[in-house]
Design a protein around this ligand. Structure first.
Ligand code: FAD
Length: 382
């Protein structure tokens, strides 16, 4: 019965980062995933400046060693109207998750993590973590669960993997072929309380729509309309997946189980970006386990504290989100985005992961009256 210092369940960006960080610090780590790597993961593969920064912090390398396509220009559309093509954005890298996730697993393995991949594990206990993989039974004083948006661990701990009122849902397909001139394009409102993306890679364009699930009972219709708008026709298979969209878990675990990445609901509820927070939370969870090595019951408290900046960012994004998505604000948003270079720049920098919500929330709230009140009422109010 192999006994470890730490079991990590799920080897996406959150789990592999946690396993890498803990193993690099000398902990014995079991990294367990039902999938065999390389494996696919439904994702636009947008790897922002924020992802790069968090990757560098965790792995001590500049960038993952995988093929990427870099864009300095984005074409931006909202609610069926073209807003413009902007080339004053920081670079945005696009990659395939098949490559990224396999590379991160390899880094964890090289750091010394024992990998149990390709066999569905059975969790026998979460109180005193014990996981069965095939004929082997793994034990550890603590477990990091990074088993994705539909986390069976979160379900076992809290009764549900996610809050159905808040969860997002996305559809995506790979449009085949090399398209060297294809533009990076984002369409706000391609789904209700969500957006569409057209992300060219090497060998395909990833096209998708996603948004708050309860506001989009017919996501397939949004996807079909978006493909029509883009003028794309393909028989490629459309796949769907849940995406946390603002409903993070304020208590990211229970007892000796820490939830990381999508399992803890850590996705930006405006842009849908989740790789950065997955890497960061995996890093923070591993740090908490290392710090609480002699007192595993302290790890959850330490981890919750370390996640505060991410939780704050998600709360701030949730506060701003109605300005972007409420139907009655759409015309104003489009006008202001076109007219205000500052607003546009702030938004594009946010999208590229070069701005934090804290930096723009106050500025935006200060400007709200000028965005939404007619000029005559602004004068009267001042
Ligand atoms: C359509 C779509 C597009 C997206 N586009 C972007 C984007 O462009 N940029 C961005 O930053 N984010 C994007 N995201 C979000 C991003 O994909 C996630 O936030 C990110 O993958 C979270 O990483 P994770 O490690 O928490 O989970 P995952 O990457 O989902 O990894 C979870 C792992 O757990 C394993 N697992 C699941 N259940 C079990 C089990 N019972 N036992 C063992 N293993 C298990 C799975 O096999 C998987 O390998 C997108 C999401 C979707 C759905």
């Amino acid at each position: 019965m192999p006994a470890f210092d730490l079991i990590v369940l799920g080897a996406g960006p959150a789990g592999s980062t946690a396993a890498f960080v803990a193993a690099s610090k000398g902990l014995s780590v079991a990294l367990v995933d039902k999938a065999k790597f390389p494996r696919d993961k439904l994702c636009g593969g947008g790897f922002t400046g924020r992802s790069t920064k968090y990757f560098r912090d965790a792995f001590g390398q500049d960038a993952p060693d995988v093929p990427m396509r870099r864009f300095h220009r984005v074409s931006f559309h909202a609610f069926g109207q073209k807003l413009g093509t902007y080339d004053d954005i920081p670079p945005l890298d696009l990659l395939m998750r098949t490559d990224l996730d396999a590379a991160l697993v390899q880094l964890a393995k090289d750091a010394g993590a024992a990998c149990y991949l390709g066999t569905a594990p059975q969790v026998q206990s979460l109180d005193a973590p014990c996981v069965r993989v095939g004929a082997q039974t793994l034990t550890a004083p603590i477990l990091i669960a990074a088993d994705g948006a539909n986390s069976q661990t979160a379900k076992a701990l809290f009764g549900d993997a996610f809050d159905r009122d808040q969860i997002g849902f996305a559809l995506e397909l790979e449009y085949p072929g090399n398209h060297p001139d294809a533009e990076l394009r984002i369409d706000f409102g391609a789904a209700d309380w969500g957006y569409g993306w057209h992300f060219p890679k090497q060998g395909s364009i990833t096209v998708g729509v996603g948004g708050v699930m309860r506001r989009n009972p017919d996501m397939k219709a949004h996807m079909a309309r978006y493909m029509d708008d883009l003028g794309l026709k393909t028989g490629a298979k459309v796949k769907g997946q849940f995406l946390p969209f603002g409903g993070f878990r304020a208590m990211p675990g229970k007892g000796r189980v820490l939830l990381a990445g999508d399992a803890a609901g850590l996705v930006d509820p405006i842009t849908g970006e989740g790789i950065a927070f997955a890497i960061r939370s995996g890093h923070m969870a591993a740090n908490a386990v290392i710090e609480a090595a002699h007192e595993p019951d302290r790890a959850l408290r330490l981890y919750k504290h370390a996640l505060r900046p991410i939780h704050r960012a998600i709360r701030q994004a949730r506060m701003i989100r109605p300005i972007l998505f409420l139907p009655q604000f759409q015309a104003t948003f489009i006008n202001r985005f076109r007219a205000s270079r500052t607003l546009r720049r702030e938004y594009l920098y946010l999208l590229a992961g070069e701005r934090e919500y804290g930096e723009i929330t106050l500025a935006l709230l200060g400007r709200l009256p000028s965005y939404f009140l007619p000029r005559s009422r602004q004068k009267a109010a001042s």
